[in-house]
Design a protein around this ligand. Structure first.
Ligand code: FEO
Length: 170
């Protein structure tokens, strides 16, 4: 049995991660419509990773004999009016997700739930990588986004991102 608050936060995180997947799919949708297929691919892969995150939290609750409640997934709420708006919204969202992971970690720490802390260690590291990726994308766009040829090459680079299953297995 997990602590009530820890369990509730993890249950909420399932929903937050599925929302993240939905949000990134919307980003992909935006770039698909603009013909920037590499950017669209990059965010589609990101959406797949977020779905995996949701499933890891889902499985962790089941592995600990806890019930799971699945809630409605909210409509993506970011107004996508420029390429840079999308990229910056991605970074803002990842900073928010990091704060959520930290909140769960703090709740687990409070009750000496070492198992959950160890489980969350993977997500702490993952969030560092996600923030770096979002920051890198913004930097590259700032450097190359205004030049069509450079944007074409950046789009080509992002087209090479491939999905791989998470390294954490439960
Ligand atoms: Fe599941 Fe991008 O954090």
């Amino acid at each position: 049995m997990l602590d009530k608050k820890v369990k509730e936060l993890i249950n909420q995180q399932i929903n937050k991660e599925f929302y993240s997947a939905y949000l990134y799919l919307d980003f992909s949708n935006y770039f698909e419509a603009k013909g920037l297929d590499g950017f669209a691919n990059w965010y589609k892969v990101q959406a797949q990773e977020e779905r995996d995150h949701a499933m890891l939290f889902y499985q962790y609750l089941h592995n600990n004999n806890e019930s799971v409640t699945l809630d409605a997934i909210a409509k993506p709420d970011v107004v996508l009016d420029s390429d840079m708006t999308v990229l910056k919204a991605g970074l803002k969202h990842e900073l928010y997700v990091t704060s959520l992971i930290n909140d769960i970690y703090a709740a687990a720490y409070e009750v000496k739930d070492f198992r959950t802390m160890q489980f969350l260690d993977w997500f702490v590291k993952e969030q560092g990588e996600e923030e770096t990726n979002a920051n890198d994308l913004i930097s590259k766009m700032e450097l190359f986004g205004s030049d069509p040829k450079s944007l074409y090459m950046l789009n080509g680079e992002l087209a090479t991102r491939v999905y791989s299953a998470p390294s954490l297995v439960l």
